[in-house]
Design a protein around this ligand. Structure first.
Ligand code: ADE
Length: 251
């Protein structure tokens, strides 16, 4: 998969050299290129922002550096990437990024990320870009970050770990939280009985030591339901609706 990131803080993306994405890059599974938006300015101060028309607080990112930066990215298309990337613009005003979005994006051969700062990017950049590629404005959640860089770190990690060959044990992708619309069940490791620092004895649930795989699977499913009901009842309601729709489809 090809990934391009345009930002005024390229150093913010340094963690993409580490851990899972770093290894995927070294293994040749991911071709990641980070671009400094200021390299596409033409004034002495390398200006990327200006005051908003109509007034209001803060600064707005100028259209010209963005069109030149994205034109540069588009100009590096190759046979593997296809003609144009899906452009992801992280922002609190976007559609919610979730596991289904990560799965969709993981199917694209080429993703480009435009990291906005300040109050955001001049609206005409979105129109310009939409004539050249698919544009997705995506939000991590209902809170405001200072810019898109942290969101890009989160989104690329969620996407890249779904690529074949990136996560060693593919089964671990199937059982985790949000796959199947429920949260993950509780997990335990050795010792089976742990004496904590307060002298309290804490034992692993018996069923997990029973060797009875059907009972273990049933217990885990029940735990997923209970945990989802307690922490994320909204997911349970969505899963019920999806199930009811699937039943209708089948009938
Ligand atoms: N940039 C600023 N806030 C954001 C958010 N909530 N999600 C994604 N990108 C953002």
């Amino acid at each position: 998969m090809r990934l391009d990131v345009v930002s005024i803080f390229p150093d913010y993306l340094a963690p993409l050299d580490l851990s899972l994405i770093g290894k995927a890059r070294r293994d040749g599974l991911v071709d990641l290129r980070v671009h400094d938006l200021r390299d596409f300015t033409h004034d002495r101060h390398r200006t990327v922002d200006d005051t908003p028309y109509g007034g209001g607080a803060g600064m707005v990112m100028k259209p010209q550096p963005w069109s030149e930066a994205l034109d540069h990215v588009l100009g590096t298309a190759d046979d593997a990437s296809g003609p144009a990337p899906v452009l992801v613009v992280p922002g609190p005003g976007g559609q919610r990024f979730d596991q289904a979005t990560a799965r969709e994006l993981a199917r694209a051969p080429w993703l480009a990320f435009a990291c906005g700062r300040y109050e955001g990017i001049d609206e005409r950049v979105y129109e310009w870009a939409a004539q050249r590629m698919e544009v997705r404005v995506l939000s991590l959640g209902d809170y405001v970050l200072n810019g898109g860089e942290v969101a890009v770190l989160a989104m690329t990690e969620a996407v890249v770990r779904l690529l074949p060959g990136v996560v060693g044990n593919a089964e671990s992708l199937v059982e985790e939280s949000h796959e199947g619309g429920l949260l993950e069940y509780p997990i335990y490791t050795k010792p089976s009985v742990w004496q904590d620092g307060d002298g309290v004895t804490r034992a692993v649930p018996d069923v997990l030591l029973s060797g009875d795989h059907a009972r273990i699977a049933a217990w885990r499913h029940e735990q997923r339901l209970e945990r989802t009901a307690a922490r994320r009842p909204d997911l349970l309601a969505a899963a019920a609706t999806a199930g009811a729709l699937a039943d209708l489809d089948a009938s």
